[in-house]
Design a protein around this ligand. Structure first.
Ligand code: HEM
Length: 482
């Protein structure tokens, strides 16, 4: 374990290096570097080297004409990044997707919770609604998830039996979507008008909202295909009115399913329409969007870690489940290695990679080496995959170390930022930390436990990452000792 650094108030004040280039052209050049010439990680790492600083100015995609102002101050180390959690210093209004905001046509004209700054009164009301919703589902969360995971593993077994391999993403996406819909709305999505196409409809609704951030990842020599892609994805905003029918379809499915939940929202002072659009967003964007990335990511990292770690996990999980007679919150808490592995997945591959916030006043941010003045109104931006692999905080930061957060290692949890806050802290109505933080960690823990109750070991093959890793399971060895 590295000794965690502390922020030094006496660091020299330095002007922020970097720049934005010529108006308009600078943003386009940076966008081409980011998507096609360099790629994401190289884009940031090359600039850290060039400026000899983890804090610098750059343009962030998409830029013109999707985003009016692409200029940001990037904060790319573990010390400067947390300024983005301090809502007294940065404004989180309309920055959930970055320097642009998708049309509110996607959400029935409502600005949903994720786009609200805590200073806006609706933020506390909506976040309280989610806290209440999650608290009311607390007893169902584990048993319902276990029954969906049982289905998932059965389908994986069947596919491996038939094809000698199983495409993990499609099977897990489907099962976990059904879980989340049932948990939040109290009904199986197949019992709604969405039928078995429910997850696909939700994906069709989410993707256009994040399209300006994506690319199929063709390098520069695929010219001019990448120019065409750049035009359609990053230059012109998606005409959201084309998907009004889809929003209506999803809205109706949630409205007719989450009847009790929406009544409760009304009792709390929200209109049913506002609550329904917010629930739709939390379900389809925050939760399903996140789970689609993070569960395959866990399968990837644990799969690649190999048989040694699998044996240790299986031993720990099986002995605790036996001693505690089941999978409960209390028994999960007694599995230090399993917990550490989940945190390590969230550290090495934070599922939401970008965070933004606009300086509310003139502020000073501190990196390991210097202090930097940021002016009121400037956009602060963090790319989390570099931040949570800060070598000045984490030893062998690029490596997946399953035991990293066991025992003394837990002290480093305050540098795990996946939820838009420290792992040692929790969401409140006054901050912007993920309202579902505990549920997400619980889902990962229960999935890992179910995996190693059923199997001794497994192997994976990775495909080309799209939104997250694409995982094919190439073998699953049934548990011999449970
Ligand atoms: C793997 C799944 C999830 C991931 C990776 C994730 C991640 C995040 C992140 C990074 C943010 C902060 C975004 C920002 O402002 O920069 C956030 C916000 C939020 N998340 Fe999650 N989330 C997940 C699941 C959930 C679930 C299950 C809920 C259920 C209630 C939820 C509800 C929210 C809400 C309401 C916000 C906005 C918080 C606020 O406005 O204060 N998320 N999430």
């Amino acid at each position: 374990m590295s000794s965690p650094p502390s922020s030094d108030d006496n660091l020299p004040l330095r002007p922020i290096p970097g720049g934005y280039g010529l108006p308009f052209l600078g943003a386009i050049f940076d966008r081409y570097d980011y998507y096609y010439n360099q790629g994401r990680d190289k884009f940031f790492i090359s600039r850290i080297r060039k400026f000899n600083s983890t804090v610098f100015r750059t343009n962030m995609p998409p830029g013109p004409f999707v985003a009016a102002n692409p200029r940001v101050v990037a904060v790319l180390d573990a010390l400067s990044f947390p300024v983005l959690f301090d809502v007294s210093k940065v404004e989180k209004r309309d920055v959930f997707t970055g320097t642009y905001m998708p049309s509110t046509t996607f959400t029935g004209g409502h600005r949903v919770c994720s786009y609200l700054d805590p200073s806006e009164p609706r933020h506390a009301l909506l976040k309280s609604f989610f806290f209440h919703l999650l608290a009311s589902k607390k007893d169902q969360a584990i048993p319902l998830l276990r029954s969906h995971l049982a289905e998932m593993f059965q389908k994986l077994d069947d596919q491996i039996h038939r094809k000698r391999k199983a495409y993990f993403n499609s099977i897990s996406d489907n099962e976990l979507f059904n879980y989340v819909f049932r948990l939040f709305c109290g009904k199986d999505p197949t019992q709604t008008k969405l039928g078995s196409w429910a997850p696909t409809y939700f994906e069709l609704w989410v993707y256009p909202q994040v399209a300006p951030l994506g690319s199929i990842g063709l390098p520069w020599y695929f010219f001019p295909i990448n120019v065409v892609e750049d035009f359609f994805l990053h230059t012109v905003p998606f005409p959201a009115f084309l998907l009004k029918w889809l929003h209506r379809k999803l809205y109706d499915a949630v409205y007719t399913s989450a009847v009790e939940e929406l009544k409760e929202a009304e009792r709390m002072g929200l209109s049913k329409e506002d609550a329904c659009d917010n629930l739709l967003f939390v379900l389809g964007f925050n939760t399903y969007g996140g789970v689609k990335i993070v569960i395959p990511s866990m399968m990837k990292w644990v799969g690649l870690a190999g048989e040694g770690l699998h044996r240790e996990l299986a031993d720990e999980i099986r002995s605790v489940v036996k001693a505690e007679s089941g999978v409960t919150l209390a028994s999960l808490d007694k599995m230090p290695l399993m917990k550490s592995v989940v945190w390590e997945v969230l550290r090495i591959d934070p599922p939401v990679q970008f965070q933004y916030g606009k300086a509310k006043e003139d502020i000073v941010v501190r990196s390991h080496d210097a202090a930097f003045p940021i002016k009121k109104g400037e956009m602060v931006f963090g790319y989390q995959p570099l931040v949570t692999k800060d070598p000045k905080v984490f030893e062998n930061a690029e490596e997946f170390v399953g035991h990293r957060f066991v025992g003394e290692g837990e002290k480093l949890l305050k540098y795990v930022y996946w939820s838009n806050g420290r792992e040692t802290e929790g969401p409140t109505v006054a901050n912007k930390q993920c309202a579902g933080k505990d549920l997400v960690v619980l889902m990962l823990r229960v999935t890992l436990v179910e995996l190693f109750l059923r199997y001794d070991t497994f192997t994976v093959k990775l495909g080309k990452p799209l939104l997250g890793p694409t995982v094919t399971i190439t073998s699953l060895t049934k548990a011999t000792s449970y």
